[in-house]
Write a protein of this length. Structure first.
Length: 106
């Protein structure tokens, strides 16, 4: 969990809220053998801000629609927010679902 997310949770109700929120978050594996581009927004038209190494796992804070991408886990327009202003295509993340697994980003 990033420092920004912890700060937001502490403001909403103290340590108990942080513990509950942290336990609800989980990490998901990126497709095997993939070095995944992390972008500044939910689409392939956004800049690449970094690249995740093979074997990476990501924590999804929220999800939003964006550019449709075909990947190892199907074709999807869902983009996963993995940190402040950082998105990866859900088509490359093994969430076990073809739909949303986290709330939509506001």
């Amino acid at each position: 969990m990033s420092v920004d997310h912890v700060g937001e949770l502490e403001d909403r109700g103290g340590k108990e809220a942080v513990t509950m929120a942290a336990s609800a978050l989980r990490s998901y594996p990126v497709a095997p053998g993939v070095r995944l581009n992390v972008r500044s927004g939910p689409g392939t038209g956004y800049a690449v801000v970094r690249v995740l190494p093979e074997g990476a796992r990501v924590t999804i804070f929220c999800q939003r629609p964006g550019t449709t991408v075909a990947g190892p886990y199907g074709t999807s327009n869902i983009w996963d927010n993995i940190d402040g202003g950082e998105y990866v295509s859900d088509a490359y993340v093994q969430t076990g679902s073809d739909g949303y697994v986290r709330p939509r980003c506001s």
